[in-house]
Design a protein around this ligand. Structure first.
Ligand SMILES: [Zn+2]
Length: 337
C-alpha cells in the first residue's frame, strides 16, 4: 500500500510530493529525483497529535508529513506509541506532574503541617504559653471582656467541682478557669494556649445544672491537654511556625494571639478529640455524657436566638458550634455514647 506524503529534505524549505510504503522493516520513499530506503528503527515517529498530519523524522534532518492519518496507521500501526518524548505525551506528563504536585502539597497541608504544628507546640515552653494567656486577658479585659457578675460563691462552687474531677491517667494538672462576662461573645467558653479556660457568665447562666458546665469544662480541657489552640494558631500561620521552630521565639504569635484565639474555629478533628476526651472524663467521674449534648443543644439554640439572621458559624459562635451540621452530628454522636 502506497501513501502520498510531503517530504522536506531538512536543508531546503521546498516540499517534495512523494509516495511511501513499508517493505518488511524498511520504509520506502519515492518522489521525483528522490528515493530513500530507511530502516524503520532509524526513524523517529512522534505520536499522533490532534488532527495534524503524522510526521516521520529521518536521522539526517529530513522529514515527511502524511495527511492520511488512517492510511499512516494502516502501514505503521505501532508507530509513535512507544515514543515518550512526543508533544502530546509531554502534555500528559506535565498534567500528571501538576496533579502529583497538588497531591503532595495537599498531603503536606493536611498531614505535614498539623504534624509540624504538634511537634512545635510541644517545644514551646510552658511559661511562654502562660504569657500568651496573660496577654490575652491584658488586651481584652475592659474591651471585649468584663469582670464576671457571677457571685463569688457560685464561682467557687464551680471551681471546686472542677478540682474534684478525677483526671485521666497521666494528667496531673487541672485547667485553670477564668470567669468573665461579655455581651459580645454571649454564652461561650474558650480554651487558651497556656491552659486557662475562659468561661463567660452567659454560659453559666444558660446551663440547667453544674454537670453541664463541668461537661463544657471537660471539653475545653481536652483542647487544653492537646494544645489545640496553639496548634491551630501555628497551623494557621506557617510563617509563625517557621519562626517558632528556627528562632524559638513566639513573640509574633503573642501579638496576634488574643484575636486569633477568639476567631479560631477548631477543625472537626480537634472538636471530635475534645469531645472524646470530655466523654472519657465525664464517664470516669460518674457524670452522664449526655450532659455535654444537653448544653450543646442549649448553646446552639441560644446562638440562633441572639443572631437569627446569621449562620451559626459566624462571629461569636462558641468554639464547638463552629459549623452547624457538624454540631448536630456531634450531639447525635454524644447521645449514642
Ligand atoms: Zn471545642
Amino acid at each position: 500500500m502506497w501513501l502520498t506524503a510531503i517530504y522536506y529534505d531538512g536543508r531546503q524549505a521546498r516540499p517534495h510530493p512523494v509516495t511511501l510504503c513499508v517493505e518488511g522493516d524498511k520504509l520506502l520513499l519515492q518522489g521525483r529525483d528522490i528515493v530513500r530506503r530507511e530502516e524503520l528503527a532509524s526513524l523517529k515517529i512522534p505520536p499522533p497529535l490532534g488532527s495534524t498530519p503524522r510526521l516521520i523524522l529521518f536521522a539526517d534532518g529530513g522529514r515527511c508529513e502524511v495527511a492520511d492519518r488512517q492510511g499512516f496507521a494502516d502501514i505503521l500501526p505501532d508507530a509513535g506509541k512507544s515514543v515518550v518524548a512526543g508533544m502530546e505525551n509531554s502534555w500528559w506528563h506535565a498534567l500528571a506532574a501538576l496533579l502529583l504536585t497538588l497531591i503532595l502539597l495537599s498531603v503536606v497541608y493536611l498531614f505535614g503541617l498539623p504534624y509540624a504544628a504538634r511537634v512545635v507546640a510541644d517545644r514551646v515552653p510552658v511559661h511562654l504559653l502562660e504569657r500568651m494567656d496573660n496577654q490575652f486577658f491584658a488586651s481584652l479585659d475592659q474591651t471585649l471582656l468584663m469582670p464576671s457578675k457571677l457571685a463569688e460563691e457560685r464561682r467557687h462552687t464551680l471551681e471546686d467541682g472542677l478540682r474534684r474531677l478525677v483526671l485521666p491517667p497521666g494528667e496531673d494538672r487541672l485547667a485553670h478557669i477564668e470567669f468573665r462576662g461579655s455581651p459580645t461573645l454571649g454564652a461561650n467558653a474558650f480554651a487558651l494556649p497556656g491552659g486557662s479556660v475562659l468561661v463567660l457568665d452567659d454560659l453559666v447562666n444558660l446551663a440547667s445544672n453544674d454537670q453541664e458546665i463541668l461537661a463544657v469544662l471537660a471539653h475545653e480541657m481536652g483542647h487544653v491537654y492537646e494544645k489545640h489552640a496553639l496548634r491551630q494558631m501555628l497551623q494557621a500561620s506557617v510563617i509563625g511556625l517557621a519562626m517558632a521552630w528556627y528562632i524559638g521565639d513566639v513573640s509574633n504569635l503573642l501579638a496576634v494571639a488574643p484575636t486569633v484565639i477568639l476567631e479560631t474555629r477548631y477543625s472537626r478533628d480537634f472538636e471530635r478529640r475534645a469531645d472524646a476526651f470530655a466523654a472519657e472524663l465525664l464517664r470516669a467521674n460518674g457524670i452522664p455524657v449526655s450532659r455535654l449534648a444537653d448544653i450543646l443543644e442549649k448553646l446552639e439554640a441560644a446562638q440562633r436566638n441572639t443572631a437569627p439572621n446569621q449562620p451559626v458559624e459566624s462571629a461569636g459562635a462558641m468554639d464547638y458550634l463552629s459549623s452547624h451540621p457538624a454540631t448536630e452530628a456531634r450531639i447525635k454522636h454524644l447521645r449514642e455514647l
